[in-house]
Design a protein around this ligand. Structure first.
Ligand code: CAA
Length: 269
């Protein structure tokens, strides 16, 4: 698909003069529905899933960045689209179940959160692998003010990120927290001046895209497995993945390069 209605898509490479690089690129997806603070209507989410999957299949891309245009990352699910829906409809459609397709991506996704990340916007950011906050970011789960509860992970991923008391406070009061607070409680990995946010996220993305792609995917898979497994299962999973990487060319290259005191030349094989 060449064009999208509600997102902007761009591929960036570390050396701008060479945008036909075979690897090492970062795929940038900007949520762009300015009239509604990038509220996540069904059509926007279809665009997003399509673009994420296209980058996941693109061998020239090693890392994906999701950000928002204007003063919001995303102000949540689209309230005007949802307001008149009935139980039977949302149940039969299993509303929001398909959003989790984002988490099936094999490459890392960085959420570069500018401005409002509320409700589904905060939940989308939490589905990503690394969350970096712009200094103007505000996070919240305000669904309680609409007579509902979070429906895309806000009661489940948030508690894993920040613990019970803070998660309860956020979902029960609907109050927003700042970028600084998000970092202090472990929701965000760091806070970046908003003007530099996207460039910093892309720079982090280039750093990741430069590593061996098989090991990068294995890191992501192993860390995410920790959310689903007991410690002993998780440690076994990690060790087996570690062993498996000895079947890759990148392991031979990475270790030889260290011993030869040179930069590794990874090929993602
Ligand atoms: N859905 C649909 N439209 C939205 C929206 C949303 N979630 N958030 C904002 N908009 C629209 C507004 O209706 C407004 O449109 P009009 O200009 O046509 O009136 C436009 O975006 C600008 O918004 P505001 O005028 O409200 O801007 P503001 O700067 O005064 O306030 C805000 C910003 C605090 C983010 C406020 O817009 C707001 O509270 N938005 C709703 C946040 C929310 O409740 N999100 C949770 C949604 S439910 C959910 O996400 C369920 C889930 O778990 C997946």
């Amino acid at each position: 698909r060449e064009s999208y209605n509600h997102i902007l898509v761009e591929r960036r490479f570390p050396d701008e003069s060479n945008n036909n690089s075979a690897r090492g690129g970062v795929g940038i997806i900007t949520l762009h529905r300015p009239k509604a603070l990038n509220a996540l209507c069904d059509a926007l989410f279809d665009d997003l899933i399509h673009a994420v999957q296209a980058f996941d299949e693109d061998d020239s891309i090693g890392c994906i960045v999701i950000t928002g245009s204007g003063k919001a990352f995303a102000a949540g699910a689209d309230i005007s689209e949802m307001s008149t829906r009935e139980f039977a409809h949302v149940y039969k459609k299993n509303m929001f179940a398909q959003w989790a397709d984002i988490t099936q991506t094999s490459k890392p996704i960085i959420a570069a959160v500018n401005g409002f990340a509320l409700g589904g916007g905060c939940e989308l950011a939490m589905m990503c692998d690394i969350l970096i906050a712009g200094s103007n970011a505000q996070f919240g789960q305000p669904e309680i003010n609409l007579g509902v509860i979070p429906g895309a992970g806000g009661t489940q991923r948030l508690i894993r990120a920040v613990g019970k008391s803070k998660a309860m406070e956020m979902v029960l009061t609907g109050n927003r927290i700042t970028a600084q607070e998000a970092m202090e409680i472990g929701l965000a990995s760091k806070v970046i001046n908003s003007d530099l946010l996207l460039d910093e996220a892309v720079k982090m993305g280039f750093g990741i895209a430069d590593k061996g792609g098989v090991a990068v995917r294995a890191c992501k898979e192993a860390v995410n497995a920790a959310e689903e497994m007991t410690l002993s299962q998780g440690l076994m999973f990690e060790r087996r993945m570690f062993h498996a990487l000895f079947a890759t060319k990148d392991q031979k290259e990475g270790m030889s390069a260290f011993l030869e005191k040179r930069k590794p030349n990874f090929t993602d094989e």
